[in-house]
Structure formats: C-alpha cells, structure tokens
Ligand binder design. Structure first.
Ligand code: DGL
Length: 266
C-alpha cells in the first residue's frame, strides 16, 4: 500500500482567469494531469460578501477534494486567495494549496517613480490581506488600489471571442494613472487572473507606457517547486485534462475555449 497521490493538479478560479496560470503550469509541469474548475455559478467573486464567499468556497472545496484527490490545488484567483487561502489550509490540513496574491512586493522593488497601482476586483482591494502586503513591502511607495467592477466580466467576454468596448476598457483602467510633482505611475499590478487576457487592450488604451505585472508565471513556478518536493506516483495519471463548470452548463463558446486549452468538459 502506498499513500502517494497521483500527479493531479486542480486549478481553481471563479471563471476563465485561472487559465492564464494553467497555461504556464502546463509548460513547467508537463507530466501532471490538470483539472480546471471554474466556479461560474458564483461569478463574479469580486462582488461577494467576505463571510459568505469563504463559506461557499469551503463547502465547494470539500466536494472537489473528494471528487478529484489532487496532490496540489492552485487557487488561481486573487479575490479567492486573499480571502480564503489561510482558511482553506486550516480546514484541510492534509492538502497542499498554492495561492495567488497581488504582486505588491515585486512592484515596490521595481518602481522607479515610487508610484504603483494595483488593478483588482472590488473584493481584493478591500481585503485586509492586500493592505497588509502594502504595509509590509511598499511603505516607501504611493500605492493606489483600483477596484474594477467590470473588467473580469469583460475578460470573459473577450476570451469567448466577442467584442470588448475599448472606451469602456479605458474608463476602467484610467484611475490607475496618476501624475504628481513631475512623477507618474510606472507600474500597474494585474491583481486579478482574468486581466492578463486583456493586457494588450490595456497597453493600447493606457495614457502612457507602464510595466504591467502579471504573476501567472511566478505562480506556476511556485506550484512547480512545491510539486518537485512531493512524493507523488511517478508519471502522468491516465485520462484527459478536465474542465469543470459549477453551473454544469458552459456555453458552446466556453466549451470551444476549453478545448483550445486541451481540456475536456467534465
Ligand atoms: N479571477 C479572479 C481574481 O483573480 C476574479 C474574478 C471575479 O471577480 O470573479 O481575482
């Protein structure tokens, strides 16, 4: 008898955002099997009350861990991680979780003007966790937290192949750009995993060039380094990579998108 788990990694988000992390992980960990879970029935997470979302995620994870027995679970969502990663670790102590939190530390290290913006969901900008990151790592910077009500949904629209209104994108990102005493914002942290899908639009609509920090690859590397220390059954488990939608009924466009990512709808 062995208690080694199979190399199954569960990637979790409220929608399509976590795919930006999954595609990086696939490159780094090709001998793992992937289960991508989109909690689309509860999208958008950014608008949820904290206690209700924490409870909802705990109940959902109890089921997911039971159904898929992943060796590794990546919470590929800033809104969910900043709220519930510590809680999930406490409730499921035998499990390994990788979280996604706003890249405030690298932004503070890299900024030259000292003016950084964090573009996130309304949930993430309200979190104590986010404020604590600023207190710990960015005290010498001016950090502006910009909570967008609409960008996550716009990213969903965009990846489904539909039109996204560029003026609306401009309005959503505009508060990130500040100019003060001859200095201006030089870094915008993409603190929502949905946003890397829109980054080319952001670049086009930005009033001046900035560095857009995307943490997808760093999260995938973190997952890989944890995976390397794990005593898992060697070799990729049998079966296709899966996409699970909590609504049970993804649209045909989403189905095609998942196929494009090599995922079979469960
Ligand atoms: N992808 C999620 C994040 O990283 C949020 C999208 C939502 O509001 O559900 O924060």
């Amino acid at each position: 008898m062995t208690d080694q788990r199979q190399r199954t990694a569960l990637f979790f988000d409220s929608g399509i955002g976590g795919l930006s992390v999954l595609r990086e992980a696939r490159v780094l960990m090709p001998d793992w099997r992937y289960v991508y879970v989109a909690d689309d029935a509860a999208f958008p997470y950014g608008a949820w009350e904290e206690d209700a979302l924490r409870e909802h995620m705990t109940a959902l994870f109890a089921r997911l861990l039971d159904d898929y027995s992943p060796a590794l679970s990546v919470i590929a969502c800033n809104t969910a991680s900043t709220l519930a990663i510590d809680h999930l670790r406490a409730v499921f102590p035998g499990e390994t979780f990788v979280g996604t939190v706003p890249a405030i530390k690298p932004a503070a290290e890299r900024t030259r003007s000292g003016m950084v913006s964090v573009l996130a969901t309304p949930g993430t900008v309200k979190r104590q966790y986010t404020r604590e990151l600023i207190r710990q790592y960015a005290q010498k910077c001016h950090v502006r937290l910009v909570g967008s009500d609409n960008l996550a949904a716009m990213a969903e629209t965009y990846v489904r192949g539909e039109m996204v209104d560029e003026e609306a994108v401009r309005r959503e990102i505009a508060p990130c750009f500040r100019e003060e005493d001859g200095r201006r914002t030089d870094i915008v942290v993409l603190a929502c995993t949905h946003y890397p899908f829109l980054v080319n639009r952001f670049r086009k609509m930005a009033p001046w060039p900035v560095d857009w920090i995307d943490t997808s690859e760093a999260i995938a590397r973190r997952a890989q380094s944890l995976a390397d220390t794990m005593d898992t059954q060697p070799g990729r488990p049998e079966g296709p990579d899966l996409a699970v939608f909590t609504s049970g009924k993804p649209t045909p466009e989403l189905g095609r998108l998942m196929q494009g990512f090599g995922l079979t709808i469960a």
